[in-house]
Write a protein that binds this ligand. Structure first.
Ligand SMILES: NC(=O)c1ccc[n+]([C@@H]2O[C@H](COP(=O)([O-])OP(=O)(O)OC[C@H]3O[C@@H](n4cnc5c(N)ncnc54)[C@H](O)[C@@H]3O)[C@@H](O)[C@H]2O)c1
Ligand SMILES: [Fe+2]
Length: 388
């Protein structure tokens, strides 16, 4: 019998080289007249955003309010500062251009802008009762899927943990996928963000509770694009076909995981990221083969499906095919020259006490409930040690 499921994908997705240079059309379509423009310092100072800002200038003078103070791992005070600019200016639309940190900041700031009150009132799952102001998301990394996802995460620095906001009203209204904006992403970040998308596709496909034929189809095609193009995009950032394929793949994996959930790899990665400020995608790529080794006992048939689709195995044996996928993931990470161990990312002091705290954080992360295999705190500690 098939799982019951709900599949929801409300974001209008526009793809094309230089598509972001027509962002004003999307703003007009959603009825926006005054825009909060969220980005980061690096992108604002580079020339990357010039065509996007030129397009918004068509709205008139003093109609675009820029907030560019988003750090790589955004936090509550960043969100509040962005929201204040929009509220003071009376903005009726948000345009976010950047990596997952920028997009998540804009999504959470839009809660404050639209609903008022204190951010913490809306933290958690399904705490929004109505639509927010329109938001247009333009990713400049190919990895997080935040441009289509119904979740956003920001850090609570005081508590050293990531806060999750999840609601169908958090899905952006429009996602503009413009591969020309990603050409400048350096090799290390290209590889790390791409491995976030690989992790989304693998965890989404293996999610037991809520995966469906819709999410599975998206995961398989996303994985094929990523296995065929991520290394190319990393080696030659100007390869626009490879950039396009990885960008489309990360959005497809985003639609998939936001409907099906992720799993143990994201739970572990969120815990380490919150404590040690490691990059989300790079941390996922370290945990990915270890989490798959752990899940294989129950997820072998799912891993085997993916391995066969990627033509990694033709043995007809699920165990062998599942192992072929795990091996392929390890080899891809090596070819991308990403760190293979947590200690190579500056994670130190992994003593017993820290391990127990991290396991507790991972065990209470919302991602864990979608994992195909039951997980104990001892299992989590064991995987942390292996990944260290
Ligand atoms: N909402 C979701 O669905 C979701 C899913 C996965 C991850 N996330 C979140 O996303 C964040 C990570 O996002 P990320 O991996 O995109 O990295 P990021 O947004 O933190 O960006 C990393 C760095 O890349 C730089 N950068 C971005 N685009 C660039 C470009 N085109 N050229 C050169 N430099 C560029 C940024 O300036 C920044 O310094 C984490 O906070 C994570 O929790 C959200
Ligand atoms: Fe992720």
């Amino acid at each position: 019998m098939m799982n019951p499921f709900v599949f929801h994908s409300p974001t209008r997705i526009i793809f094309g080289e230089y598509a972001a240079s027509s962002v004003v059309d999307a703003v007009r379509e959603v009825g926006g007249t005054k825009v909060l423009f969220v980005t980061d310092e690096f992108l604002l100072k580079s020339k990357i955003l010039e065509p996007v800002l030129a397009s918004l200038a068509e709205l008139g003078t003093e109609c675009t309010f820029v907030f560019a103070d988003v750090p790589p791992d955004s936090e509550i005070k960043t969100v509040n500062s962005a929201a204040k600019i929009a509220v003071d200016a009376g903005c009726d639309c948000v345009v976010a251009v950047g990596g997952g940190s920028v997009l998540d900041t804009a999504k959470v700031a839009n809660i404050c802008i639209s609903m008022g009150g204190h951010l913490m009132e809306y933290q958690g799952l399904n705490n929004l009762a109505e639509r927010l102001k329109p938001l247009i998301a333009i990713p400049t990394t190919a990895g997080t899927g935040s441009e289509v996802s119904m979740v956003a995460m920001v850090k609570d620095s005081a508590e050293s943990k990531k806060l999750l906001f999840g609601s169908r009203y958090l899905a952006p209204d429009v996602a503009i996928l413009d591969p020309t904006l990603i050409v400048s992403l350096p090799p290390r970040l290209t590889a790390a963000t791409g491995m976030d998308a690989v992790t989304h596709a693998i965890e989404s496909y293996s999610s037991v509770i809520s995966s469906s034929a819709f999410t599975e189809a998206l995961c398989l095609q996303a994985l094929r694009f990523l296995f065929d193009n991520l290394e190319r995009a990393t080696v030659d950032g100007t390869d626009i076909d490879a950039r396009s394929a990885t960008l489309i793949a990360s959005t497809m994996a985003g639609v998939a995981f936001t409907n099906s959930g992720v799993g143990i790899i994201h739970a572990l990665s969120h815990a380490v990221g919150a404590r040690y400020n490691t990059h989300h995608g790079a941390t996922n790529s370290i945990f990915l083969p270890h989490g798959m080794d752990f899940n294989k006992e129950v997820a072998a048939p799912r891993y085997a499906d993916m391995a066969r689709f990627l033509k990694l195995d033709n043995s007809g044996n699920d165990e062998k095919a599942a192992q072929a996928l795990i091996d392929a993931v390890r080899q891809l990470t090596q070819r991308l020259r990403l760190p293979l161990r947590l200690r190579d990312m500056g994670v130190t002091d992994f003593e017993k006490e820290q391990l127990e705290e991290l396991a507790e954080l991972a065990a209470t992360d919302a991602s864990i409930m979608f994992n195909p295999r039951e997980v104990s705190n001892d299992n989590l500690i064991d995987i942390f040690k292996r990944a260290y």
